[in-house]
Design a binder for this molecule. Structure first.
Ligand SMILES: *[C@@H]1O[C@H](CO)[C@@H](O)[C@H](O)[C@H]1NC(C)=O
Ligand SMILES: *[C@@H]1O[C@H](CO)[C@@H](O)[C@H](O)[C@H]1NC(C)=O
Length: 476
């Protein structure tokens, strides 16, 4: 009995201490907010949480486009970026953003530099990586909050565990842009059915107890993820794929908005077509990574030749150009295997491999090519397809993932490309395009060119402003 009472008291004391600290911190933050924000009443401080803001990748394009959009739309706001790039100066960061993305961003951006970014790095946590990173992001978030409590907090890197801090301690309104859910139902399924993959090691898959533990761990983590995610008042997702996962995990459809990241396609749309030869070039653009499934492209060409056995003249005009980049020895190995396969299928005279082509040359390829081919299964999006379509190629893409959900439309009347799953189907689509009358070619091409507007910067601005408007006070 005495032990139970003792335990009860210990728990009670602990809870009291935690509550006291929380309330104290809250009050301190409120006073700090007043001090830092000064007296001007209708000035709003918008904090963007992007610890790797100097990386120059796709996520950063979203960040800087969002900054520019906010600057153009609202006069009464001050933008703060929380970043861990302590070795760069604000000027260097802004200059890089301007150079890499070609955005006009004015200098009225302040930076809050965070010293604890190492807490969110995966290599710090060899086990329980997701939980470690999530708790780590809370430390980083707390540092950000203490250094500068904002009125509106927008996370653009998916650190959902920071939202309750900013909401309950900092009293901010929360918005987020999700590129990728940290846990996914696919992951759960793989552990459940005991498949060994890179994030489910073979010894876990073999052992029922470890599988149970891991499953419980993922389930608890997704519950927590849901709770913290729902602290956000508006949720933006970058594609249908992410949208489906976030809807399944967080279940708040009325707050979830699909806002495609801005793709720069206007220069591609202006490219002139070079139709001077009667060669028919089929272009494939992508890294020599296994998931891109280049062998399927070779098989498709093989099937195409079978379909054209009676029309050798036409077959001789067809050329498959595979342009891709190789990052390391493994990629070169794959490239060599592909070259061997093309000889094995005796297609070597119809295929050209172009490795690590510079951008100018890629533009030339776009101008010469008539048809584009994409074979990756379940690609989350497929920016390469969007670029080909903007450049005026007629695309044959894989019937799965982003191409199917977001990009390619095949129904009559609005067709902007073709979808296929196996080599025979790819060959049939290509032959179909080749036999098409000019008008149909032109219609599909024009539909493709105008459909990629959905992924333009302008469209991003409109959708982004619409999604974040609940965070701003209503203008009377
Ligand atoms: C969304 O983000 C994920 C992860 O970075 C990426 O794989 C996917 O291509 C992105 N989607 C779009 C539409 O850019
Ligand atoms: C239609 O376009 C394809 C590919 O661009 C081309 O090979 C074919 O000759 C075109 N058809 C006609 C009738 O021009």
């Amino acid at each position: 009995m005495a032990v139970v009472i003792l335990i009860f008291w210990v728990i009670f004391a602990l809870l009291s201490v935690i509550t006291a600290i929380t309330l104290g911190l809250r009050q301190w933050l409120q006073r700090r907010k007043q001090k830092l924000h000064g007296s001007s009443e209708n000035q709003l401080y918008v904090g963007l949480f992007h610890p790797y803001c100097n990386a120059g990748g796709g996520g950063e394009r979203v960040l800087w486009c969002a900054v520019r959009t906010l600057q153009n739309k609202y006069d009464n706001i001050k933008i703060i970026i929380y970043t861990g790039d302590i070795e760069s100066s604000p000027k260097a960061i802004l200059d890089k953003a301007r150079n890499v993305f070609n955005f006009e961003i004015n200098d009225k951006v302040s930076f809050v530099f965070l010293k604890h970014r190492r807490w969110v790095e995966a290599k710090k946590y060899p086990h329980f990586t997701l939980l470690g990173q999530s708790l780590g992001s809370m430390i980083l978030g707390l540092e950000a909050l203490c250094k500068f409590p904002p009125d509106i907090f927008i996370d653009t890197m998916g650190y959902a565990f920071t939202y309750p801090l900013f909401k309950f301690l900092g009293g901010a309104k929360i918005g987020c842009y999700v590129h990728y859910p940290i846990v996914s139902t696919d992951m759960l399924r793989r552990v459940q059915f005991r498949q060994a993959v890179h994030n489910n090691k073979a010894y876990v898959a073999r052992n029922p107890f470890l599988t149970w533990t891991k499953l419980t761990y993922y389930r608890v983590l997704s519950k927590l993820y849901r709770w913290v995610g729902c602290c956000s008042e508006t949720i933006m997702v970058n594609s249908s794929w992410t949208e489906n996962h976030i809807l399944e995990l967080w279940e708040v459809p009325f707050k979830t908005h699909r806002v495609y990241p801005p793709c720069e396609v206007s220069h591609l749309k202006q490219l002139e077509r070079l139709d001077d030869t009667d060669e028919i070039v089929i272009l494939s653009v992508g890294q020599f990574r296994p998931e891109k499934d280049h062998p399927l492209q070779l098989q498709a060409l093989y099937e195409l030749r079978t379909l054209l056995t009676r029309d050798e003249a036409l077959w001789n005009k067809i050329r498959l150009v595979i342009a891709g980049s190789c990052r390391h020895e493994e990629d070169y190995e794959r490239l060599r295997n592909m070259q061997d396969l093309s000889k094995h299928l005796s297609l070597e005279n119809s295929i050209e491999f172009k490795v690590n082509v510079p951008y100018d040359e890629l533009l030339k390829l776009y101008q010469r090519a008539k048809i584009g081919i994409h074979t990756m299964w379940n690609e989350h999006f497929g920016i390469g397809i969007v670029e080909c379509m903007a450049a005026g190629l007629i695309m044959v893409a894989h019937r799965s993932g982003g191409p199917l959900l977001d990009i390619v439309e095949t129904s009559e009347g609005s067709q902007n490309g073709f979808l296929a799953t196996d080599a025979v189907e790819y060959a049939a689509c290509i032959l179909n395009i080749i036999h098409n009358p000019v008008e149909i070619n032109t219609t599909i091409r024009n539909a493709a060119k105008s459909s990629v507007e959905r992924f333009s910067e302008k469209e991003f601005e409109v959708q982004f402003l619409r999604a974040i408007s609940p965070l701003f006070p209503k203008v009377p």
